[in-house]
Write a protein that binds this ligand. Structure first.
Ligand code: HEM
Length: 382
């Protein structure tokens, strides 16, 4: 069994084998009480880009799950012109220049410290390091001081996703209250960024657009939810894949290979393993007839894993390209920020490897979590 399979099974011991098994039954399969499960990359892309037939809002959709916790206007539960307008407003925060500046400011020192610890011969658990960097980046993005808010940002996201079960389409009122309380530790101080109106932050931009403080703080919660655990899950898994495939040394020596290994590690890990939609008009997905109101479960993990095990020399076909970040109007807004911080942490590890060859000396997978991850991944120099 590969280490990646152990990570997936640790998180979802029942659902992962079931979802992967459905892929063998067909590219799209109707499953009673679950919905239409799509396991093929081209069909997944067709669903995600067909906004006339599929939406993220309505009963059983992601909006039904998240809206009670984060509020109604936070991108991932919006559609149409209002959604497009908010994305345009926030787009400037994700330009190459903006994400490079933000990551250098809040993650640069953290990554230099990581490199120094590794070069000094200290065994380092990459899980808390990745959580700290991801939390710091989101804190910076929403206008908080990363020194105080990095840990709380990650903890708030984990507190909410820890309550989500794949078998339950919504949270109970008590869970909603707990989720809101956890997120308030980040959203309450972010009110200052809204009032200050700094256009380099999410709340400041939303204020410029004329959105209320309440809506802006909902968006802060949404960024905390979408942008912390995904990156924190991915970074240790990326380093483990490189180590397990004997690629730390060749990639450290040839950084032109980094983009290909990161893309391939994303294909193999798929940090966001499924995407949900609701049919709003009758249509077909492959050979399956779909009715309005049907739930559609896009098994991104199956579409991606259909191409086999980790092999950065094998190019991705067009239908699969970046599918792990979605497709269509809801394509991951944070992708440039995710890629920049991943690159910074990976460069620190690769730089250290050149000075003192590293290997994974201890690992434990996280059990029964929503986003599959390591609980501990220690790397040490020889
Ligand atoms: C490796 C890391 C990441 C992965 C794999 C990932 C994956 C995804 C996927 C698959 C979607 C689309 C979901 C759907 O259509 O149902 C998405 C949306 C989104 N992501 Fe990411 N994400 C990552 C990192 C981030 C980061 C760092 C941020 C924030 C800075 C972020 C912010 C968002 C937002 C705001 C959306 C909603 C966009 C919309 O609905 O218009 N993501 N992400």
């Amino acid at each position: 069994m590969t280490a990646e399979l152990r990570v997936q099974l640790g998180a979802h011991p029942v659902a992962y084998p079931l979802v992967r098994g459905l892929a063998r039954l067909g590219p799209a399969v109707r499953v009673p009480r679950v919905g239409v499960v799509v396991s093929d990359a081209a069909l997944a892309r067709a669903v995600l880009t067909d906004t006339a037939a599929f939406a993220k809002t309505g009963p059983g959709s992601p909006a039904a799950l998240w809206t009670p916790v984060v509020g109604p206007a936070v991108l991932l539960n919006m559609e149409g012109e209002a959604h497009a307008r908010l994305r345009r407003t926030l787009a400037e925060l994700f330009t190459p220049a903006a994400v490079t500046a933000l990551c250098a400011r809040v993650a640069g020192q953290r990554c230099a410290a990581l490199r120094d610890r590794l070069v000094g011969g200290e065994p380092v658990d990459l899980v808390p390091v990745a959580r700290d960097v991801a939390g710091a980046v989101i804190a910076g993005l929403v206008g908080l001081d990363a020194r105080d808010a990095a840990g709380p940002a990650f903890d708030a996201a984990a507190a909410v996703t820890g309550m989500v079960r794949l078998t339950r389409p919504s949270l109970t009122p008590r869970q909603v209250a707990r989720g809101r309380a956890a997120l308030a530790r980040i959203t309450a101080p972010a009110a200052g960024a809204y009032r200050a109106g700094d256009p380099a932050t999410v709340p400041g931009r939303m204020r410029e657009l004329g959105l209320t403080e309440h809506e802006a703080l909902g968006a802060v919660a949404a960024f905390v939810l979408t942008g912390t655990e995904t990156v924190a899950s991915f970074v240790p898994r990326l380093v483990a894949l490189l180590s397990d495939h004997g690629l730390l040394a060749p990639v450290a020596a040839d950084r032109a290979r980094v983009d290909a290994v990161v893309a391939e590690a994303l294909r193999v890990t798929v940090p966001s393993p499924v995407m949900l939609r609701r049919a709003v008009a009758p249509t077909r997905i492959g050979g399956v007839r779909v009715r309005a109101g049907d739930r559609v479960v896009i098994a991104t993990v199956s579409a991606a894993r259909a191409r086999g095990g980790f092999d950065p020399d094998r190019p991705h076909p067009p239908e699969l390209r970046r599918l792990w970040f979605g497709a269509g109007p809801h394509f991951c807004l944070g992708m440039p920020l995710a890629m920049t911080q991943v690159r910074l942490v990976l460069d620190a590890v690769l730089d250290a490897h050149l000075a003192r060859p590293l290997r994974v000396t201890r690992r434990r997978v996280a059990r029964r979590v929503l986003v599959p991850a390591y609980r501990e991944l220690v790397v040490s120099g020889a």
